[in-house]
Design a protein. Structure first.
Length: 197
């Protein structure tokens, strides 16, 4: 087993017994990650686990996750090999509500450790909650999505790109120029060009 995998396994064990916030009392499973830590060039950070994720222990497996998979496939990003997928918190907030600042704070050390271990070329903020966890400027994701932001995370300046959360895209079906789905495809294509350059 390589060092990266060993470090992640140790961190997962710590998370499995974590009770740093109230979410630990209501979870079925922690939702630690998905993807290949050894080949991933990008980390995708989502909001929080939902009901399906809580049951399976895997991020992005519900309707939004299936849509994300379709978009990744369309642009030629492999979920299995190119991405390491995590959330701002490891446990499902009740009724799928947005995680509170305190809950995110309780999980922040785990999140930063995963980023440090993977050391990605690009970090993708999937949705407003992930963006706000690292970018304190008050700006809507629709105004900043697709832009390359340079943000200090864990003592290192990293390239970060915000994209729409796929749950937002479930409301829009058009692929017309300038539609949310069209913009998502453009943003993912930009990310693919960055990680496969």
């Amino acid at each position: 087993m390589n060092t990266k995998q060993k470090d992640l396994d140790e961190l997962r064990n710590v998370c499995n017994s974590c009770m740093n916030c109230e979410l630990g009392k209501t979870r079925i499973n922690i939702v630690f990650s998905d993807g290949n830590p050894n080949s991933a060039k990008a980390i995708l950070i989502g909001e929080a686990p939902g009901e399906n994720e809580d049951k399976t222990g895997t991020p992005f497996v519900g309707r939004a996750g299936k849509l994300l998979n379709e978009f990744l496939e369309k642009v030629g990003i492999s979920r299995k090999d190119d991405l390491y997928i995590i959330n701002t918190v490891k446990c499902r907030p009740p009724k799928n509500r947005v995680p509170s600042d305190d809950e995110k704070k309780a999980c922040e050390g785990y999140l930063l450790k995963q980023i440090e271990i993977i050391n990605p070329e690009v970090i993708i903020f999937c949705g407003a909650t992930a963006l706000k966890s690292f970018w304190d400027k008050k700006i809507q994701i629709s105004k900043i999505r697709g832009e390359i932001l340079e943000i200090e995370i864990g003592g290192k300046i990293r390239k970060c790109i915000p994209i729409f959360h796929p749950s937002y895209l479930l409301r829009y079906h058009s692929l017309e120029e300038g539609s949310p789905r069209d913009l998502m495809l453009k943003d993912l294509t930009k990310i693919k060009n960055l990680i496969k350059a």
